[in-house]
Write a protein that binds this ligand. Sequence first.
Ligand code: HEM
Length: 531
Amino acid sequence: MSKMTTPITPNSKWDLSSWTIFYFSTTFILLIVYYLLTYFTSPLRRYPGPLLAGFTNLWRVYYIRQKKFHLVTEELHKKYGPVVRIGPNVLDVDYPELMKVVFGVKGEWKKTGSVLASSTLVGGKIALNLFSQTDPEIHAKWKRPVAKYYSANAVASLEGHVDRTLNGFLEEIEKRFLKEKGEWSEGVDLGKWLGFYTWDSIGALTFSENLGYLSTGRDFDGTLLTAQKSMDYFCTCYGLPILDRLLDKNPFAVFRKFGPPGFGPIAMRTIKRIMARVEGKDKDFHSADQPDYLDKFLEAKKLNPEVVDDNVLFGYLMNNMVAGSDTTANVLRATIYHGLKDGKRVWNKLSEEVLHKFRAAGNGPVDYKAARGLEYLHAVIKEALRASSPVALGLERYVPKGGVTLPGEHGWFVPEGAILAFNPWVMNHNKMVFGEDADKFRPERWLKGDGETQKQYERRLVMMNNYDFTFGGGSRSCIGKHIAFMQLYKVLATLVLMYDLELLDPEREWQVYNRLFITQEGLEVRMKRRM
Ligand code: HEM
């Protein structure tokens, strides 16, 4: 008897699960082909680096999400040398001599889209800001009306706002933790309080508003946590900007947001403050005698109506709030933590200098100009900015037309359109510039060494200053650096003047996380009044 065969029909064989398998396996194969083509046809394939990084940016995203990317990058440079491929189209470079070429004032080396996730959606539209604007012409147009408000003199005129917040900080510390003169307090999470201080302080400088983190002693409205989550989100998208389009910056995001929080709560607060100022409803805490950044930006809007519209004004304010607090808190923490380590060597030396200068003036915020004149304080701050660079992911720039030849023995060429990344953390640990002990916190490197002639010292100092990449470089360098300096000198000198400090557990290491901005946890100290 002949065997009966079942006829093959599309319906019986190609049911839903078959189509699903077909769909996924085809996508998978296409992806593999895409990645192989990307890898083998890339002009960057000759550059050393982890194999996976040459195939996909997901490699970078994975390590960025571990929050230790500055250390990963450092290790890669140790292994591969000054140029490392960290993405299919991205090279991380540790060539100080290239900085002046790439970060020139003309802005020929354009910023990449890695920063777009730091923008906010306002009414369904992406509101770019000074930091996230990648078009050099628009950036220059936006920067011009406000640059003068960030000059050293303009910032010094705002010292009253800083004094007010610093007094609030001292009051809270005294009230909550301190005992009689000469008696050590219990443990104080000083790192957390410095975070409250820098947020309240940037709120005062920007809106004259007391945000209330110091007075409540907590992140009462969740803004600080949200800012941290926003930075985590921003970092993830930094390595793969398309993610931000998928998760946040798309028309559907108005109805349903898939990404972690954007800078929404800070944005809402900013909009409220603008409205209140324009309607004259914030007179209980804002005085025309003591202008703040909102006053200055409104002035810029009045003088340059064709450039500064409501969105640009909003961007200026957001930049202050987002870039101006955690960065500064990080450096303050680093000065104190490293100063107290190593048997308080640096702290004791600093105390001697500060007490000698300011003891006669008594308690309270020290004068900024006077603090700037202190040599060792200056060295400690420069060293903390270097050794704990607050911005610690690569600042990315597109190679412009004509490409670039890298320094070094190979003379390798990088074509137009590729991306070079300069990580301030990595650059600031370069041993050729900062010495063999660049991994150590040693403020003395900024001072004349024993056995060093004045000429040798000056040459070394010029080199370190030229290649110090803490605040970036060129037309896109940090606009707020004088604000940061004012905070650092005043807060550190005032704390040293008024209190003696010791680490709660001198043996314990603190935790350092990289969320583009370095954040630290575990600066727990005991404090004692000096006067
Ligand atoms: C120690 C503190 C700070 C450090 C280390 C720091 C570092 C940096 C760096 C490295 C950049 C360049 C980013 C790039 O090229 O992509 C930058 C840009 C910027 N920073 Fe800061 N910053 C600090 C404090 C501040 C403060 C206090 C403010 C404002 C109140 C501020 C506002 C900005 C803005 C608006 C930009 C973008 C500038 C532009 O593209 O024109 N920063 N900062």
